[in-house]
Design a protein around this ligand. Sequence first.
Ligand code: NDP
Length: 327
Amino acid sequence: MSRFKAIRIVKEPAYAASYSEFDETELMDGDVTVRVSHSTVNYKDGLAITGKSPVVRRFPMIPGIDFAGLVETSSHKDFKPGDAVVLTGWGVGETHLGGYAEKARVKGDWLVPLPPGLTAAQAMAIGTAGFTAMLAVLALEKAGLTPDRGPVLVTGAAGGVGSVAVSLLATAGWRVIASTGRPEEADFLKKLGAADIIDRAEFSNPGRPLGKERWAAAVDCVGSHTLANVLAQTSFEGAVAACGLAQGMDLPTSVAPFILRGVSLLGIDSVMKPKAPRLIAWDRLARDLDRDKLGQISTTIGYGEIIDTAKEILEGKVRGRVIVEIG
Ligand code: NDP
């Protein structure tokens, strides 16, 4: 198959994404070619497909920051034809042709083996969002936070990163407070293990530099005033893992939580995470993520629904995680 179906983003005459075809000769350099079976839709894919933020920096581009599939050809020492592999991040779908295609060619160093016990579809139900949630949990653990210190807050809880974080933290024994703007998702979040649901509106506006201490730890997917308010209400020597910017990229805070309460702000970047901690995170996901909950979080769509779903994720209409069947 030298031609294969793929979504194509072009910049001229106007920024647009369409269902299209690519030829294998158009694929970029890499030592492993993968027959993609599944992908997913992350918030960043929404930004890429709509062009709402300039995440795509090469044209034409195949979007899709994650994929799973089988190795077709490889000159990389760790992979041979038929191996099941997973890719998240590394600029795929941004600067390197991505996963919304039947084929992808990438550096073998970017790939991880499909973790034992996970299917390709489940790996994409996790995807960058779930991987990021796991990195956030690992960062809180590395900072010495344990469930006996008090509750943990998750903002953007009904989204992809948030819903996996709620599930992982509840399974690890934390009392999870889920912050959402969608009260209709309260039951969904409780089934994932959230003990309390709070309205995200209470964090959306400028707040005081310090407030009542309410949680020992937090996973924040939202940024801006939300993150500032979350920091202000984190208890003594607590920590907040900052993952996202769904409200905004700004952080209008003060030093008060840091110098008066010893709160730590932990930055999470899933894209360039080196291979060794990547493998640790995937191993933990494969062992700890409850498969029933993963099923509840996930919906499956076909290749032809990617563009509409990418628009919906930016409108905050997508619940949990979306698996895309490519093959
Ligand atoms: P989703 O769109 O699935 O989830 C984002 C959630 O944020 C929404 O579901 C909503 O949750 C909440 N939200 C949306 N808009 C607002 C707003 N204006 N104010 C407050 N809350 C809002 O996206 P993902 O879970 O995939 O990604 C979440 C964030 O994390 C994104 O900003 C994304 O770019 C970032 N990210 C960062 C990564 C990293 O490596 N650091 C990797 C992956 C994602 P609810 O409906 O519950 O209120």
